[in-house]
Design a protein around this ligand. Structure first.
Ligand SMILES: [Zn+2]
Length: 247
């Protein structure tokens, strides 16, 4: 079954260059490259009814597949956190960080992973806030929860979900100590609120390699790992990604 936030791939033995997978949702088009005879794609949040997935070579349509998308009910998540007064300096910092994150998560580089599945970043999965939850922070409606929150004791080891290159490993205002790994093909994973970062920007990591420790840095209510997956900037539900399959 396909849900909003799903990730899937096509095996395309006869196509590699100049071909693209296009996912059409509510009149909007999302493009995904075909590399090494494989094309990963994601179904954006908010997709309803049927999604048109087509393979294009230039303007030529090579095939079209209609995928029914099952509706998902999203939970409302209320949290209360100590909020610092936002000074001009802080607002500048937050703006800079969100631009950096957006730019990073939407750039497509060549393939860096060999695995056919995403590995769990923690040995034990205890989800406290699911993907897509509507966040209410200190009584105010905030953005949607673009990842999963996994409860774990302070210092629990965090592992890389796929092999790739660490592109960000630094402290962010909202997400605290954060690691972003580029897996190529527009696929990224993000690990937030860490108490410790054990890798450096530019470092190549293997799937399952220890990269950090669970913490409660940034805007957080207690020790947990916030884990996110992105494909060409589209937010993916990690729980659906753990069951990745081809279409
Ligand atoms: Zn979270």
């Amino acid at each position: 079954m396909t849900y909003p936030g799903s990730i899937g791939y096509f095996l395309l033995p006869n196509y590699s260059r100049n071909t693209k997978i296009i996912v059409g949702v509510n009149g909007k088009k999302y493009e995904f490259p075909v590399v090494f005879k494989k094309a990963y794609f994601a179904i954006p949040y908010g997709a309803k009814g049927t999604v048109a997935v087509s393979l294009k070579e230039g303007e030529k349509n090579l095939f079209l597949k209609l995928i029914p998308v099952k509706e998902k009910k999203y939970r409302i998540s209320r949290i209360w956190v100590k909020e610092r007064k936002l000074t001009k300096k802080l607002i500048e910092r937050i703006k800079k960080e969100s631009t950096l994150l957006r730019k990073t998560l939407t750039s497509v580089t060549s393939k860096k992973f060999r695995e056919n599945r995403f590995y769990s970043p923690l040995k034990k999965l205890t989800i406290t806030t699911p993907f897509g939850a509507k966040r209410i922070i200190n009584g105010k409606k905030r953005s949607i929860h673009w990842g999963i929150d996994l409860k774990a004791p302070l210092g629990t080891p965090v592992f890389a979900s796929l092999s790739g290159r660490v592109v960000l490993a630094r402290d962010f205002y909202y997400t605290g100590n954060t690691i972003v790994i580029d897996h190529g093909l527009g696929i990224y994973t993000l690990y937030a609120h860490l108490s410790k970062i054990l890798v450096k920007e530019g470092q190549i990591v293997q799937a399952g390699q220890k990269i950090g420790k669970v913490g409660s840095t940034g805007r957080s209510t207690g020790p947990h790992l916030h884990f996110g997956i992105y494909v060409n900037g589209i937010k993916v539900d990690p729980i659906l990604a753990f069951n990745l399959r081809s279409l």
